[in-house]
Design a protein around this ligand. Structure first.
Ligand code: ZN
Length: 357
């Protein structure tokens, strides 16, 4: 081997090893994606609404609600302490329209199935016009990830709402989905879930979904991509139970805090896992009851959303400039957080949110 060739071979070896190290580092990234169904940005950034929280029509335990959510000087922080004390400081919190933020869905329906389809596939599908749409014909980023090397069989989803069996289409996608009142292993847990009253036949309480997701994180299967879809916030809002919606929001925030703490205490996840939290739609504004519902036409501004993210590659306090962020950008953002090229998922998907370092 001539001198030039030897130098070239050495340089090639160095380049290759860098490439392998980079590839290994990429393989080590994980993502936990969480959605809080219909959680309005107004409550995320402003906290409990004083007029609504004092209205006997929407609240049964006025005193407790006042103490927990209205008396504290920072109402947003009182409602969702983890989002404001940890995520907003170490990561990003987008969609605060009171302070120049903006995020919204792109679909023209403003309810759940179209919203989840959009954020999981990277673009709206005008053919989806009902929550009873049936099995999703679109490939979600979760399905695509489940086909990537190192991720196959390690993409799991836990959802409170049974429609995720359609939205994520596990029969085709291969994504492991536990949704609605699906039974789960663990005798005491399975028994409890089977025996509590079913307030909503198509949606179990988030407390069950959370325990299942947490067990998956701590267990042997060790998902690299975990999607958790909570739903209490939307269900209680539709029922007009503002007190219960607020408590659901605070429980959700505590779930997020526990997930983050669990991730940071686990050698496989600590320092290499991104947590992304968002919602599928907003809630109406205007009339006294508008907050309860959502949907284009009847409920103005229920297209407005928000997003929180924290992780090793997320820039601290970065605010994407320019136009309004779109929920359709979530799919590519998930791929990017795993150091994967989102264009390989779908070049027609909306580009990632500008939240990375
Ligand atoms: Zn809803």
């Amino acid at each position: 081997m001539g001198r030039t060739l030897r130098i070239f071979a050495a340089a090639l070896a160095v380049a290759l090893s860098f490439h392998l190290v980079a590839a290994a580092a990429a393989r080590e990234r994980n993502v936990v994606l969480v959605t809080l169904d219909g959680m309005p940005w107004q409550e995320v950034f402003r906290g409990a609404d004083p007029a609504r929280a004092a209205d006997r029509a929407f609240v049964s335990e006025l005193r407790e609600l006042k103490k927990d959510f209205l008396d504290p000087p920072d109402r947003a922080r009182a409602l969702m302490p983890f989002l404001h004390e940890v995520v907003a400081k170490q990561g990003v919190l987008l969609g605060d329209r009171d302070h120049g933020g903006c995020m919204a869905v792109t679909n023209d329906q403003w309810f759940s199935y179209p919203g989840y389809n959009e954020l999981l596939t990277g673009k709206p599908d005008p053919a989806i016009r009902s929550n009873e749409h049936g099995p999703n014909r679109n490939v979600t980023v979760l399905e695509w990830l489940n086909r990537q090397p190192g991720l196959k069989g390690r993409v799991q989803a836990f959802a409170s709402w049974e429609a995720f069996r359609d939205i994520l289409n596990p029969g085709r996608s291969g994504v492991a989905v536990n949704a609605g009142w699906d039974a789960a292993p663990g005798t005491q847990f399975a028994r409890l879930q089977a025996e509590v009253p079913r307030l909503w036949p198509v949606e179990r309480f988030d407390a069950f979904t959370h325990v299942l997701a947490l067990e998956a994180l701590k267990g042997q299967s060790r998902p690299r991509v975990l999607y958790i879809a909570y739903g209490d916030t939307d269900e209680f809002a539709h029922e007009g139970r503002y007190d219960q919606m607020l408590w659901a929001a605070r429980r959700s925030d505590a779930f997020l805090a526990e997930l983050w703490k669990t991730l940071q205490a686990h050698p496989a996840y600590a320092g290499r896992t991104t947590l992304i939290v968002t919602t599928d739609h907003g809630r109406g504004v205007g009339g006294k009851d508008a907050w309860r519902h959502h949907g284009r036409g009847a409920f103005a501004q229920s297209n407005e959303t928000w997003l929180a993210a924290i992780g090793p590659d997320v820039a601290q306090g970065k605010r994407p400039g320019g136009e309004c962020a779109s929920s359709s950008q979530v799919a590519a953002t998930v791929a990017s957080a795993l150091a994967l090229d989102w264009r390989a998922f779908d070049p027609a998907a909306a580009r990632p949110l500008d939240i990375f370092r």
